[in-house]
Design a protein around this ligand. Sequence first.
Ligand code: ADP
Ligand code: ZN
Length: 516
Amino acid sequence: MIDTAREVLKKHFGYDEFRPLQNEIIASILAKNDTLVLMPTGGGKSICFQVPALVMEGLCVVVSPLISLMKDQVDALRINGVGAAYLNSSQEFQEEDQVIEQCLNGEIKLLYLSPEKLKSSIPMLVRFNIQLIAIDEAHCISSWGHDFRPEYTQLNILKERFPDVPIVALTATADKVTRKDIIHQLKLKRPNVFVASFDRPNLSLEIKGGVKGKEKDREIISFVHRKRQQSGIIYCLSRRITEDLSEKLVASGINAAAYHAGMSADERNETQDDFINDRIQVVCATVAFGMGIDKSNVRWVIHYNLPKNIESYYQEIGRAGRDGLKSETILYYSLSDLVLLTQFAEQGQQRELNIEKLRRMQQLAEADICRRKILINYFGEAFEQDCGNCDVCANPRKHFDGTTLIQKALSALFRINEPVGVNMLIDVLRGSHKQELIEKGFDKIKTYGAGSELSFNHWQQFIMQMLNLGILEMAYDEGFSLKSTTMGKEILFGKKTTNLVYPVVREVKKTKVVSL
Ligand code: ADP
Ligand code: ZN
């Protein structure tokens, strides 16, 4: 049968060879095993169920969460001469009847369904000759994942209603907990689990802390100018940022547009279409953008702010370089991103889980070991060597004895003796003359100005390290004020020494940029 599969691959998709694991996955499905597939975005998951569907007799039901995605896939299949159709809540009855008719006649090999449509469709589905059920974006079933969708939980009835039909669940992002949960919730029977490598060696990884406001905008604009016509996406934390930034880009002569959920569906489709067809070079978008768009030549992805977890980061950078060619990714983050994201996580559902996921993201952003190592290890795959294609590998961090520096910061904090945040602490250390500081009398304390030799930005980076090392903690519930931990006290009282890492000295770009 696997030979037939290869013929189908050639005939309908025009490819000569399967990619690593596709072969094994297809063989598992054809042998009627439940199968779980973890493969990064762009890895080629669709082929894994589309090819078996064409090799098998009967019909394959595909559950897919996004109507737009569904339509694109069905259109693409039809162009390749495959009988495909979809059912979702946006259709007219007549259209639906026609699809049902075609399914009964055996004209349809792949029937796409939205999860909310599934439950009501069961009486109809039992009349079809279903041979395979594929569940795309399967992590949406797990509340441990990063994109839980309540409609997905209804999929647990599939195994009961179709006990003899193999299920293949596919996802691009699932840590070990989510993986177990998918198997449990879908009631998969001794599934074969395939984990493709999550490494995307063609993507360079760079993470930059502490670049703020205008400086960040200037850097990005000059970056985009250097990229000439190459397509890229800039992910932003808020709708307002997407609009402000795209305006600035346009003002500097770049063909850019904003994209966020507050725009009308028409506007969004138009922007997406313009981007796919290279009429727009840059999209400044919220996370609403990108799911299911298949644009292979995105050459770079910038994060204007810290993503809320590693799964999102991975998925978003993964939109670059799907054609396998070298592509760049840059993430900017600042303490204020962290403060804001923490607030979101505090207010939302699943507070503890989301805070923990954010902390892992923060650790990645502030790491002084190979970024890729951390990223790939996060997905449970051992990755031991340094990658040579991230900013830490390119610029190994240098350590120094930071004890005195830490003592200055902690001593200032103790002498201030009331809740203060990062900015105020740095202002005191640097001897700022800000009004609020003077009014509070902080200029009278002994450590006022004791750290004036360091820039604000460097102090920020050191304080971030102190937070990471567990020397300081941030009282999220008390106005984000800083507190010393027990370890901090040990350092302050000379019982312990600690190394810090030199801040990365950013190269100053000489390129002339249009002023903002
Ligand atoms: P995923 O769903 O995992 O994000 P897709 O199924 O959309 O990925 O596949 C990504 C791209 O790789 C598509 O353009 C697809 O046609 C291509 N592709 C998949 N399998 C192969 C293969 N065996 N040979 C060449 N290209 C492939
Ligand atoms: Zn590296």
